[in-house]
Design a protein around this ligand. Structure first.
Ligand code: PCA
Length: 319
């Protein structure tokens, strides 16, 4: 036996380990802080594994459209991907908690909500063979228009850009007409007149150069939605222990770094909007009251559809 053992060992150490190459799609463009954050995550994984795992980020929906990323990871067309968590709310309302208006409006509330929501999300994703690696919030969502909005009535009839079902419901309840548009397509949707108002973060507003096509922004801070990065569990289990640890460590670092980036962008990108000529104004009490009434109605609708797990998560958050 010994006669064979040595040459085999020599052979194993002499053969360079084949680098594992993973593609990672995201819906968001290169100037988005989330994309910059997952690129830093990929770099860290590559460095720590000595090139053993190479993650290539495909931005702006270039590999898969946003709506297909989750299923692409599920079916192992790609081992890992990033998407906007609440786009899964049609599968289960638990995924949509962070896009309920005025439920969690600060980073602290968002963290508390995620702590309550996470076990339910993990359980639901596990049934699809998916494992969350990390989640990063966007800055709180504000209202962009072509004139000052004094009350909900002023939104009546506006063609309103939406990015998920909750925003579609919100726009409809405000009397506006929702149109689904992915983030990279925002400038074109405005320039062609497909839409004329939107709710999104200062980050996405500034990255879209909102000053080219609208004039007013008010930080209604209505919700703090999240992106999530998920990995296919079988793909993850196929990695050796050291590589798994490298991925999990880099994920924890990315979650913390992403939060810092998000917080820093809230003020920096709002200033960029103002510096480029957008009128940034505080929402009137009237507008806030009207939007809150819509939020209350939406939470009622959410409760009517939510599973017991989702309702328990809400109760835990509100406690
Ligand atoms: N930007 C993304 C999602 C939330 C945000 O702030 C978008 O507008 O599509």
């Amino acid at each position: 036996m010994l006669r064979f053992a040595l040459p085999l060992a020599v052979l194993l150490t002499a053969t360079p380990a084949l680098a594992e190459k993973w593609d990672m799609p995201t819906p968001y463009g290169d100037t988005t802080f989330h994309t910059q954050n997952i690129r830093a995550f990929a770099d860290e994984v590559k460095t720590v594994t000595g090139g053993g795992l190479e993650v290539t980020v495909h931005s702006a929906g270039s590999l898969f459209p946003h709506g297909e990323i989750k299923n692409a990871v599920r079916s192992r067309q790609v081992p890992m991907g990033e998407f906007f968590l609440s786009t899964l709310a049609n599968e289960d309302p638990a995924f949509g908690m962070d896009s309920q208006p005025f439920l969690a409006t600060s980073y602290d509330d968002a963290a508390k909500l995620w702590a309550a929501q996470r076990p339910v999300v993990e359980k639901l994703l596990a049934t699809q063979g998916l494992m969350p690696l990390f989640s990063v919030p966007w800055p709180a969502q504000g209202l962009y228009t072509k004139a000052e909005i004094k009350s909900v009535d002023d939104l009546n009839g506006l063609r309103f850009r939406a990015y998920n079902a909750a925003l579609e419901e919100f726009a409809t309840l405000a009397g506006a007409a929702p149109v689904q548009v992915e983030a990279p397509d925002i400038p074109q949707a405005f320039s062609t007149g497909q839409v004329e108002a939107m709710i999104t973060s200062p980050s996405t507003g500034a990255n879209s150069k909102a000053w080219d096509f609208l004039s007013h922004y008010t930080p209604i801070n209505a919700w703090v939605p999240k992106n999530i990065v998920v990995v296919n569990k079988r793909s993850f289990d196929g990695l050796d222990a050291a590589t798994q640890k490298a991925v999990l460590d880099a994920a924890a670092a990315a979650e913390a770094r992403g939060l810092e980036m998000s917080m820093a962008e809230t003020d920096a990108k709002t200033k960029e909007l103002a510096d480029n000529g957008i009128t940034v104004y505080p929402p009137s009490a009237d507008l806030v009251a009207g939007l809150q009434a819509i939020g209350d109605k939406m939470l009622d609708n959410w409760m009517a559809k939510a599973s017991d797990d989702a309702k328990s998560a809400l109760a835990a958050y509100q406690k």
